[in-house]
Write a protein that binds this ligand. Structure first.
Ligand SMILES: [Zn+2]
Length: 401
């Protein structure tokens, strides 16, 4: 009897699968649509990581959280690839404590792009930066290949200072959508040549060898455009009176944190806030990206993922600390997409241990969590499109002027 039932179930499954492929249901479409996702759930084995250090995350006061007060500044922290399992694995590994997971105003973001069910960082980043859904691979461009205005282009004419930080190279998808307009995310030299023409007051990202390889002549252009170019990220605080600051990080300062990156991300976020806050009385917008959470997940490497999440959380702590001092700063923490289809079948609370399983090597289409803190954080609760996140940020900053 059991055998007959099983046979029947198997028949039914193969039947519906064939039907789905023939009819072009989403399941079949995904397969051909998304070159970004490997989709194959092979015989994956969970990967275990026990953290041997913990840091103490900042505990917010919640004084300005959820108020209807003015939003003078916005700090947008993008954990590339950071879905729920990524954040939670960082939480367990850090002694059941992360700044991100202390926050109270949470939402979910739909991340699909104009061309794909599953987005890449270029398309999703373009949506956060410019407010339009676009084709995977496009940087700051609409689907019909027209430049879309980004937040620095929209807000700097209103006197708002702007900056971007990333643990990726500055030509990476997420930082470049805030200054470049190209239809190919891999067009590195083209992307770098657009940075001196940008509206940014500050950038800090990798790396020296990138500029040497693709655009050595552009460093002089950056200086001509008024950037004080630094290689040591700890010197932002010594150049607070500079007109503009560009940190071209040493290669070693943007390697994986588990290989000794140090405090590049939290330290640049802290100093960039100080620089941008002093730059304009009208307020500032800062985007900071924890880029390598995504890379750890592409590698299906739980140690890589978890150490990057904890490092990202340190940057979140810096942003929250400033938001509490300032009272008019909105902090948004979210992701551009989930990576790896990560889940946590097991772990150990007392040993900072996570046993994680990745189901794919690429990105997934699950909604990503959004954590908001400060005045108007309540506007970001519930399920929203990534276009909405851009719209709300720009409206709040414009209203705050
Ligand atoms: Zn990725």
């Amino acid at each position: 009897m059991k055998k007959t039932l099983l046979l029947f179930a198997a028949l039914l499954m193969s039947f519906s699968l064939a039907w789905a492929q023939e009819k072009g249901t989403p399941a079949a479409e995904n397969k051909k649509a998304d070159e970004n996702s490997t989709e194959k759930v092979a015989d994956k084995v969970p990967d275990t990581y026990a953290n041997d250090f913990t840091y103490t995350p900042y505990t917010p006061t919640f004084k300005s959280d959820g108020s209807n007060g003015k939003v003078k500044n916005v700090i947008l922290l993008i954990g590339d690839g950071m879905g729920m399992a990524q954040a939670v694995s960082g939480y367990y590994a850090n002694g059941n404590d992360l700044a991100i997971l202390k926050l109270k105003r949470l939402g979910f973001v739909r991340t699909y792009s104009a061309s794909h069910f599953t987005t890449d960082s270029a398309a999703s980043g373009t949506t956060y930066a410019c407010g339009v859904k676009t084709t995977n691979g496009f940087v700051g461009m609409t689907p019909d290949e027209k430049p879309a205005a980004n937040i620095p282009e929209k807000l700097s004419p209103k006197g708002i200072a702007t900056g971007v930080i990333s643990t990726d190279n500055i030509s990476g998808a997420t930082p470049s959508v805030f200054y470049a307009h190209v239809a190919k995310r891999g067009a590195t030299a083209d992307i770098l040549s657009q940075l001196p023409l940008s509206k940014l007051d500050l950038f800090a990202a990798g790396c020296e060898s990138l500029w040497e390889k693709y655009a050595p002549e552009q460093v002089a252009e950056l200086k001509k455009a008024g950037f004080t170019v630094l290689n040591d990220y700890n010197q932002i605080q010594d150049n607070l009176s500079a007109a503009r600051i560009g940190v071209i990080a040493k290669d070693a300062d943007v390697q994986p944190v588990m290989n000794g990156r140090g405090d590049f991300l939290p330290a640049t976020v802290r100093q960039a806030i100080e620089f941008l806050n002093g730059k304009s009385k009208k307020g500032f917008f800062l985007m900071a990206e924890g880029a390598q959470i995504d890379w750890g997940c592409h590698n299906n490497d739980v140690k890589y993922t978890v150490t990057e999440v904890i490092d990202f959380d340190k940057a979140v702590s810096e942003a929250l600390k400033f938001a509490d001092q300032d009272g008019q700063t909105l902090v948004i923490i979210t992701a551009d997409h989930e990576t790896g289809g990560m889940t946590i079948p097991n772990g150990d609370y007392d040993q900072n241990k996570v046993r994680a399983l990745y189901t794919v090597g690429g990105h997934t289409g699950v909604m990503v969590p959004l954590y908001a803190y400060g005045p108007h954080s309540q506007d970001f609760q519930g399920v929203q499109e990534n276009t909405d996140v851009h719209k709300k940020i720009v409206e709040l900053l414009e209203k705050g002027k």
